[in-house]
Design a protein around this ligand. Structure first.
Ligand code: SF4
Ligand code: SF4
Length: 448
């Protein structure tokens, strides 16, 4: 790969980054290097936050041609935002890299299949659920395992990669979107009223986790209002440089939830990627005079479910787990982006029987390699990061690995299958739900 094609003094292509001035804010101190997962793996400047900013600046200044190498480096970023948390002048590195992807989209468009899936399938929980029927049939007939086994013996990297993709596919349950009543009343003493945002991935890949979320919210005294026709949060589209599309999805969700905002205390979701995106709507639509205030009002009400439950947990509720050691993996978009770190830990601290063993590198978080569709588009780097994460998990001695984002849970579950570690992988709300219902007393059973 020829990354540099220097063309001294000649303007090759102007990125026209709206935040060019912010690019100049990097003082090249290097604080972001040791926390960047791709730099940790490669020890190469071009795989670091500082290196990526230098690339963008060189292209914008006309000192570097816009080669495939530039695109490759921008998309090798996990968008984990660990770098943002340590940068002394506060350069919003992750956001600038996404802006850079948008700026190069004309010359280096994303692959057709990715765009097709994002435009036509991953547009909302109900549409995404169309995938789950065929997938469930294929998995019930075990055709997926057969295909993965055959592909593993095909020479070359393509067969291996396809086999891995098939192994990564979630085992979906019955989708939840059409099952939830518009109002699910509190089952404990009614104290709160919340709106529920159901993410596409939660509905397709982990509907039982979201069922647990609604049960726990109700037990904690919440009426749960779920409006029909929710759009995708837009995070995957934003990540893949489809900014216009992600903003349209944001407007749809704001318009849908707006009539409820006066009667609910919060808009709650159990997907950390979604809560991060919903909170960013205020920034996404800041330059749109018609939507700026509406987006600000909506984003101000958004709470990740761990954040919300921690704030309102009734003292009389005590979840009970069989005695077990556990560890918590922070989703990047919950910890690095939203600074929600202590809340899930406090919730898990309420569970009698669980003994928490911390993972290293939890501030800032080191990504597990899931990162939206990164584990599909950059499988090798993703696997390296997963291997490190699973080694860290093993070192804690934990039997239960808890997280709060569907991408992380699927990635960790994949790691469990690859390594054969004797662990179970769970969402925080599953641990709470099982603990409240006396279901976490027996031997751990792996998911899927
Ligand atoms: S967002 Fe994550 S992967 Fe990307 S440059 Fe920052 S630390 Fe590195
Ligand atoms: S921490 Fe910030 S200022 Fe320092 S090198 Fe990284 S991006 Fe530049």
């Amino acid at each position: 790969m020829n990354l540099y094609e220097p063309t001294p003094g000649q303007q090759v292509f102007g990125l026209h980054l709206p935040d060019y001035d912010e690019l100049q804010g990097c003082i090249r101190c290097g604080r972001c290097l040791p926390v960047c997962p791709t730099y940790q793996q490669t020890q190469l400047e071009m795989f670091s936050p500082r290196g990526r900013l230098s690339l963008l600046r060189a292209v914008e200044d006309g000192k570097l041609a816009l080669t495939d190498g530039v695109e490759d480096h921008l998309y090798h970023c996990l968008d984990c935002r660990a770098c943002n948390t340590v940068c002394p002048p506060g350069v919003r590195i992750g956001e600038l890299i996404v802006r850079g992807r948008v700026a190069i989209e004309d010359k280096h468009p994303r692959p057709f299949l990715i765009k097709f899936m994002l435009r036509h399938v991953l547009t909302g929980a109900e549409r995404a659920a169309l995938l789950s029927g065929p997938l469930r049939l294929v998995q019930a007939l075990r055709l997926d395992r057969l295909a993965a086994a055959v592909l593993r013996h095909v020479p070359g990297p393509v067969g291996r990669r396809l086999g891995e993709l098939i192994e990564l596919a979630p085992h979906p349950g019955r989708p939840l979107a059409r099952e939830l009543a518009e109002v699910e009343p509190a089952t404990g003493p009614q104290r709160h009223r919340v709106a529920f945002f159901l993410g596409c991935m939660m509905n397709v890949a982990m509907p039982d986790v979201s069922r647990a979320t609604v049960r726990v919210l109700r037990r904690a005294g919440c009426d749960v209002l779920t409006p029909r026709g929710q759009a995708c949060c837009g995070a995957p589209h934003d990540d893949q440089a489809m900014l216009d599309f992600s903003r349209d999805l944001a407007r749809k969700n704001i318009a849908l939830f707006e009539p409820l905002l006066d009667e609910v205390e919060a808009v709650v979701t159990d997907c950390a990627g979604c809560s991060g995106a919903l909170k960013e709507y205020a920034e996404w639509l800041h330059d749109d005079p018609e939507w700026r205030e509406r987006a600000r009002r909506f984003s101000a009400k958004v709470r990740d479910v761990t954040e919300w439950l921690d704030a309102i947990w009734p003292e009389e509720l005590t979840p009970v787990h069989r005695p077990a050691t556990a560890t918590y993996h922070d989703p990047c978009h919950l910890a690095n982006l939203q600074n929600v770190r202590s809340q899930p830990r406090r919730l898990l601290g309420r569970v009698t029987g669980l003994e928490m063993h911390p993972l290293p590198d939890s501030h800032p978080v080191r990504c597990c390699g899931s990162a939206g569709i990164y584990n599909l588009t950059h499988t090798d780097m993703s696997r390296e990061l997963l291997d490190r994460k699973m080694a860290d998990v093993a070192a804690t001695g934990a039997e239960v690995v808890v997280s709060a984002n569907p991408g992380c849970l699927l990635q960790l579950e994949w790691g469990r299958r690859l390594t054969g570690q004797p662990i179970v992988v769970k969402h925080v709300v599953e641990v709470l739900d099982e603990g409240l219902n006396g279901q976490a007393q027996g031997d751990p059973r792996p998911r899927g």
